[in-house]
Write a protein that binds this ligand. Sequence first.
Ligand SMILES: [Zn+2]
Length: 253
Amino acid sequence: MKLRVLGCYGGNTPGRGMTSFLVNDTLALDAGWVSGALTLKEQVKVKDVVISHSHLDHTCSLPFLIDNNFSADGFSLRIWAIPEVIASMKNHLFNNLTWPDFTSLPNDLTPVLKLVEVQPEVPFQINGLSIRAVHVSHIVPTTGFILEDKRGAIAFSSDTGPTDRFWEVVNTVDRLRAVITETSFPNELQDLANISGHLTPQTLGRELKKLKSEVPVFLYGGKPKHLKTIQRQVRTLKRRDLRLLVQGRTYRF
Ligand SMILES: [Zn+2]
């Protein structure tokens, strides 16, 4: 499985995009920075997007991804998410106020956008990948995702504070190759992390004790203002194969 990091930050400054990964060139895992990172030629190849939750730093490039490619030959997009997240897309994003309702454009019969509901922990298939959504603990309905192909699997927690079910499911995955989870704030902002449903390096350390295998762990979601502190505090955890993701890099699992 090929995973290209389009954006991996919990905020947006020049050169730093928000959470989004491109899997095998055609699937976006969250969409905080798809149109910001990909050329038009690359964007038009994106056919599917799985969305973990409604927050803008995971969704904000969707309107532009669609708008940029609306008239491109054969372009269409499917967005996959749990029902609460799909409802938020309909009501708050593609609602003809914030942005046009592309689920009925250019017409109702052949719309450019399809919203597809998935059920937690029920596998669905996209382009050779089997994917499961698993609930995590954030301040809006949120799932992480486990992506599996014939060779291996990766687990992405999305935004979460301390959580249990995600780790329980991850521990049952065969051929797990890597975990991607978040560290948004430094330890000094633990109260803010608690009320906003995020991790700090110290709570990350406790979460990683729930992970039974020794697979590499990659971190995303750092707030740009606090990246250096987060990096330093993550190092003190002294876990082997624990590092921040690098934007622009392609990882193979
Ligand atoms: Zn969030």
